[in-house]
Write a protein that binds this ligand. Structure first.
Ligand code: TYC
Length: 105
C-alpha cells in the first residue's frame, strides 16, 4: 500500500489538528530560585517529578540557585502542566515557596 499523501505534499497548509497529530508542540518547564526552599528538597523534586538521577538533579538545582532559573525538561503541554502542579502541590505541603513555570519552546 502506498503511503498517504500528507497535507503539506498536497499543497494546502495544515489545520491545527493536522499539526497536532504529526508534531505535538513542546513546552519548557522552568524552576525558579528562592531564598527558603532547601536545596535537598529541590533535588528530591527533580528526581521524583522530573525523573533525574541524583547528579543531574544536583547540577540543575545548583544552576537554578546560581542563575535564578533553570530548565527541568521539555514536554507536551498537558504533561508540562501536570508536572508544574505536582511541584507546587509538594512545595505547598511543606510550606516552601518553590515555583515552576511553563514556556513555549
Ligand atoms: N536558593 C535555595 C537555598 O539556598 C535553594 C534553591 C534552589 C531554591 C533551587 C529553589 O529552585 C530552587 N536554600
Amino acid at each position: 500500500m502506498s503511503p498517504k499523501i500528507g497535507a503539506k505534499e498536497q499543497g494546502h497548509s495544515q489545520t491545527q489538528e493536522e499539526r497536532r497529530l504529526d508534531q505535538p508542540r513542546l513546552y519548557k518547564v522552568l524552576l525558579h530560585n528562592d531564598d527558603y526552599t532547601p536545596m535537598e528538597f529541590v533535588v528530591q523534586i527533580l528526581m521524583d517529578v522530573f525523573r533525574k538521577d541524583e547528579m543531574s538533579a544536583m547540577r540543575i538545582m545548583l544552576n537554578v540557585h546560581n542563575q535564578g532559573s533553570g530548565l527541568c525538561g521539555v514536554f507536551p503541554y498537558e504533561i508540562a502542566e501536570t508536572k508544574i502542579a505536582k511541584v507546587h502541590e509538594l512545595a505547598q505541603a511543606h510550606e516552601y515557596p518553590l515555583k515552576a513555570s511553563i514556556e513555549e519552546e
